[in-house]
Design a protein around this ligand. Sequence first.
Ligand code: MN
Ligand code: MN
Length: 276
Amino acid sequence: MIDLEKLKSINKESSVAIISVPSDENSTFLKGTAEGPEKIIEALHIDSSNMCAENRVDLSKEERLVEIGSFEFNDNSNQVLQIEEPINKILENGVKIIALGGDHAISYPLVKAHSNFFKDLTVLHFDAHPDLYHEFEGNKYSHACPFARVMEQNLVKRMVSVGIRGMNQHQKEQGVKFGVETIEMKNWVEVNSLKLDSQVYISLDLDILDPAFAPGISHYEPGGCSSRDVINLIQKINAQVVGADIVELNPQRDINGMTAMVAAKFLKEIAVKILE
Ligand code: MN
Ligand code: MN
């Protein structure tokens, strides 16, 4: 359960809440990402590593970083429709959020909530896939569709997708229609000249990584980037980061928890970026 009481005791304006969103209702091909958040939290605290980010901030001593628990969904509606309102309640307190998925469908309500509070949003989207299908297998809330919903409602000023290598003609056309800036994996070097100047929301689908670095995901798309490539890009963001999600960890496919460790590493680097 989400523990909003915990938020009362912290310095709200500068704090970051880690919140688990265990939803895989809108996944295709495989289920299992609902078990992701628990494994990322476990990896974050595992004794084999410490809680230091690479800028030497020790997050175990950082009182502004708070874990506030997990969403509990009911059966009354699609889980995607149950996310925005509680997130609004947290954001209206001035607290920033890192959400742990879950499948990528959760990013639509997360970005929607952020758009209520940040009028100048850029989504920086890490993924092998554009996730721009108008609908997928009859579901417009599918994890293949979140950014079509975001863009058709004009929720953000700018959207940049990086690492893409599974784009068909329909998604190409959707991207052009919505003005999504895409850096395909084959052109990865272009991330070096990426300029971000507004409030950045990071949406990080772990399948951006080559499956060699992240076997614990559902949709293997070889030819992806390394963990280092992603860390470097997070670290070089030269703009205010106002929120993030890390999605698509499927523990049922993971090997020795290695993908959960990568997710926890990204979580640490994103957390210090938001706290900066
Ligand atoms: Mn995705
Ligand atoms: Mn993906």
